[in-house]
Design a protein around this ligand. Sequence first.
Ligand SMILES: CC(C)(COP(=O)(O)OP(=O)(O)OC[C@H]1O[C@@H](n2cnc3c(N)ncnc32)[C@H](O)[C@@H]1OP(=O)(O)O)[C@@H](O)C(=O)NCCC(=O)NCCS
Length: 237
Amino acid sequence: MPVGSNEMIAEILPAAVVAVEARSDPPDVVLFAAEQAVLGRAVAKRRREFTTARDCAHRALTVLGLPPLPIPSGPRGEPRWPMGIVGSITHCHGYRACAVARASELLALGIDAEPNEPLPAGVLGAIARPEELPQLCQLAHTTPAVHWDRLLFSAKESVYKAWFPLTRQELGFEDAVLAIDPRAGSFTARLLVPAPPAADVRPRTLSGRWLVRDGLVLTAIALLAPAVPIALAVPDE
Ligand SMILES: CC(C)(COP(=O)(O)OP(=O)(O)OC[C@H]1O[C@@H](n2cnc3c(N)ncnc32)[C@H](O)[C@@H]1OP(=O)(O)O)[C@@H](O)C(=O)NCCC(=O)NCCS
């Protein structure tokens, strides 16, 4: 089976994206020196997650035809992709994944994985806006197998991972209002803060998809590149 062709997260990403995921940590992964430097004195759990996710990233870039290249981290923790590439990384208990695409096809990518479990006590109040709560209550009533509070959290993390590399601007959990479509397996984030004027792309909404399977909540945002040059365009999503 070719790498990236049968991954669960690929189901919620467009065909232009190469995704590679892992459920365990291979023992023989070799990191580049610039990647080792990111780890510093990190604890074993962080080392395992980082190393396997970087291995997923290396393999995904190979599928795109790139030679082996390091993926260090920027000052805000963002992965620094090779020129002409966009991508995103996630890791949680029992799951690591990377998604990459050519920047000519996608402007931004954000992926996130979480356990399909309730958020710890007190977290929902910190990450949800008041107008998001009624929908979560209704969905919890109609479809209790999905932990919608966790899905909201994951979707907001995907929003941030797509937003930050585009704008270089922080985004708080209160800075976006999410609407989840349970039938379509999608969501839309309406951004309540403008991107800085200097950003090439200043999205006002970001749309994504979600999937709940095998004990995981997966969310993904893929912002397609417009067919025309973007210098004058302000895409809505
Ligand atoms: C950065 C953040 C989104 C990571 O999410 P997480 O669920 O804690 O962890 P995940 O394992 O899913 O993702 C971690 C990966 O995110 C990526 N990441 C970290 N900072 C990033 C940034 N500024 N931009 C893009 N990607 C980033 C990295 O690849 C990181 O893995 P690595 O350090 O091994 O390279 C989260 O810690 C955070 O800071 N959230 C606050 C901002 C936010 O989510 N706002 C909501 C806006 S609506």
